[in-house]
Design a protein around this ligand. Structure first.
Ligand code: HEM
Length: 440
């Protein structure tokens, strides 16, 4: 696609401003740059023609309209075109399913994600961080830089797999190499990846069958999903269980890992913030941390602001897509059933009208907000009925990781300049995140 000069129509009364240049909206870097350019020229609501289908797509970056689409009028939308690629991986899991089936699955899964239940995973998360600290200590002693992107990706994968499979994770690994490690080893999310990932469904099916044969209750995610009972007495069948497990692995791994990789870059390049975070980590009550995951702990307020600020600057879910279910109006304009919409948290989170010095890393900008999630231009976990089911777990994983490691190490950025970005289904670092660690 060329970077042809764009001209705009004068805004008509019956439709949003339309971009003269056609653009295929896709989860990629070209689209990320094109959307930034188009927003600067056309504003917070515009339409663009998809050259492949000739269809008109709406791009929304006005916080009030974003809230309308995600929350107030959520019923008027299904997930959109951007999720089609994801469907190849996730079958009919809750990330992509719709209607009554989605409602039933979400209700069956929700209890496993309540903060009280999630507390059961904290000891495991801390133990995995302990293992990582040992490796990082060896690197620090040898004055060898670590790649924080690769290391947190591995850490988060193990945490997600242990949270889902409990002790079966050990059996899986003992039986040979971890079959899920392709998530950390294979950087491209193409059809070849999809085919290999698809093969893992067999592994998940085998674990489910073995559990059914043993009939012993388990309290990991899989165990809770297998025994989940709806109000109507319905349970999940084997195919649905497999799709939901695959969904949790995909949705829970790269998102959290990318956020933490970016957090390390930001922390390592801001020594003043780093020192304040370390003071917070040093004063943290470990027993309380293990019991609560640090939720709503005023003693970890800066850690939470740093996580929020990282998610603002580098939202892993950088592009959300929706499709209108029926004719209705949006922003005073008629929008037809079937219309595709995109919301770009990457742009919304750096919108100069809603954020002072938007490109600057300033965790204290959230001091005034009782909760960052109350900010209408802040949607790292989306909002409304389809908001991230794993948000509490993700916060606990990120907090426990940063507190554990910052109490032990002082990171220094060992890269040449800021990290390159790669916008795919998720926004992630394009290369390594080199850190020189000093043991404290
Ligand atoms: C920093 C970490 C995370 C971020 C930024 C994040 C972000 C998001 C976003 C933006 C959505 C909405 C997508 C859309 O509306 O199209 C979403 C949905 C979802 N997330 Fe997360 N996520 C994170 C961690 C997790 C974790 C740890 C899990 C589970 C282990 C998880 C599971 C899901 C699922 C299942 C959905 C679909 C929910 C539904 O449609 O009902 N996420 N996430």
């Amino acid at each position: 696609m060329t970077t042809a000069t764009l001209t705009t129509h004068a805004q008509r009364r019956d439709a949003p401003i339309h971009a003269d240049q056609a653009w295929s909206l896709a989860p990629d870097d070209a689209t990320r740059h094109a959307l930034a350019r188009l927003q600067a020229e056309l504003g917070d609501l515009f339409t663009v023609t998809d050259p492949r289908s000739g269809a008109t797509h709406w791009v929304i970056n006005d916080p009030a309209l974003v809230q309308q689409v995600l929350v107030r009028q959520a019923d008027a939308y299904t997930k959109g075109l951007g999720l089609d690629r994801v469907k190849i991986l996730l079958g009919n899991g809750i990330m992509v399913s719709e209607g009554d089936f989605w409602i039933r699955q979400r209700r069956l899964m929700q209890p496993a994600f309540r903060p009280q239940r999630l507390a059961d995973h904290n000891a495991m998360i801390l133990a995995e961080n302990e293992r990582l600290s040992e490796r990082w200590h060896r690197a620090a002693d040898a004055a060898r830089a670590v790649d924080a992107a690769a290391d947190v990706s591995e850490l988060i994968l193990v945490i997600v797999l242990r949270a889902i499979f409990g002790p079966d994770y050990d059996t899986l690994v003992e039986a040979g190499a971890n079959p899920f490690s392709l998530l950390t080893e294979e950087p491209t999310r193409d059809l070849r990846f999809a085919a290999r990932f698809h093969g893992l469904k067999k592994t998940v099916g085998t674990i489910i069958d073995a559990r059914l044969a043993r009939d012993e209750p388990r309290f990991d995610f899989l165990g809770q999903l297998m025994t989940a009972n709806g109000r109507d007495g319905q349970t999940m069948d084997r195919a649905a269980l497999i799709d939901e497990v695959m969904t949790l692995i995909v949705a829970g791994h790269e998102t959290t890992a990318s956020a933490l990789a970016f957090a390390w870059y930001l922390i390592a390049t801001h020594p003043d913030i780093r020192a304040r975070l370390q003071a917070e980590a040093d004063g943290c009550d470990r027993a309380k941390l293990a019991a609560t995951g640090g939720h709503d702990d005023p003693g970890l307020a800066l850690t939470d602001r740093v996580i929020a600020e990282t998610l603002r600057l580098y939202p892993p879910g950088w592009l959300l897509s929706r499709r209108a279910r029926y004719d209705h109006s949006l922003g005073g304009y008629p929008i037809a059933a079937g219309t595709q919409l995109v919301i770009c948290p990457w742009l919304l989170h750096r919108h100069p009208a809603y954020w002072h010095a938007p490109d600057v890393f300033d965790p204290d900008r959230f001091l005034a907000a009782r909760k960052p999630s109350r900010h209408a231009a802040f949607v790292p976990f989306a909002a409304g009925p389809r908001h991230c089911i794993g948000e509490h777990l993700a916060w606990a994983e990120m907090r426990l990781h940063l507190v554990s490691q910052l109490a032990r190490f002082t990171p220094e950025w060992a890269g040449n300049g800021p990290p390159d970005l790669e916008a795919g289904i998720n926004l992630r670092p394009a290369g390594t995140m080199p850190l020189q660690l000093r043991a404290r």
